[in-house]
Design a protein around this ligand. Structure first.
Ligand SMILES: N[C@@H](CCC(=O)N[C@@H](CS)C(=O)NCC(=O)O)C(=O)O
Length: 205
């Protein structure tokens, strides 16, 4: 089995990194310097034409887009390890949250970043757009907060790849200054997840 993981620390790749650590499968890493165009082209050029991390190459096949990678890892390795549901309604719920995270939650997050990050030229940023995006993040976090009202993890009583994916994304948001006080269930969920040994491994990568 050969699996190579292309990543940068503190990036969207942390979603997949968390899953790989929790699965406990062997993998090699290629660390990409996202500030260095030549490094991105050299390492990602043949793997992800978007030149973005994460990407994986499994048995010679390149897969990009974090949600697609999580679904693939879940189906291939996660079901037998109890970290991803077998086909059926629970699988549907897993897919729902993975896609929601990347399409709906990430949309507001990237709008917020786009209008606040110091790397973006000031004339291309809008304080008004940033404020709208920030409110949208809270509205979307409230949806996940509601889902956690009767369960400790996204799919029920046990943690799954869905939690590692959302945990990395929402953990990054909290780290970037999104206050979690209004979302007590999500905050407690995040604390539970971040106490896992796999999370410590991401932080030292
Ligand atoms: N939709 C993609 C987003 C990936 C993405 O935006 N990755 C960022 C890091 S957080 C990246 O590689 N950026 C490099 C660049 O913009 O040059 C996914 O979920 O995999």
């Amino acid at each position: 089995m050969s699996l190579t993981f292309y990543f940068a620390p503190n990036s969207t790749a942390s979603t997949v990194h968390w899953t790989l650590e929790e699965l406990g499968i062997p993998y090699e890493t290629v660390r990409v310097d996202l500030q260095n165009e030549a490094d991105k082209k050299a390492k990602l050029g043949s793997v992800n034409p978007n030149l973005l991390v994460p990407a994986v190459v499994h048995e010679g096949v390149a897969i990009f887009e974090s949600a697609a990678i999580q679904i693939y890892l879940g189906e291939t390795f996660g079901v037998e390890r109890g970290l991803y549901p077998a086909p059926g309604p629970a699988r549907g719920e897993a897919l729902k949250w993975l896609v929601w995270c990347n399409v709906h939650l990430a949309e507001a997050t990237s709008r917020w970043q786009r209008n606040t990050r110091a790397q973006i030229p000031v004339e291309e940023r809008s304080a008004a757009a940033a404020a709208v995006a920030r409110k949208d993040i809270d509205k979307r976090l409230a949806i996940f907060e509601g889902a956690l009202a009767d369960r400790p993890y996204a799919l029920g009583s046990k943690p799954s790849i869905v939690d590692f994916h959302l945990g990395a994304a929402i953990g990054w948001m909290a780290f970037s200054g999104v206050a979690m006080e209004a979302f007590p269930h999500a905050r407690a969920w995040l604390e539970r997840l971040q106490s896992r040994p796999a999370f410590a491994k991401l932080r030292s990568a």
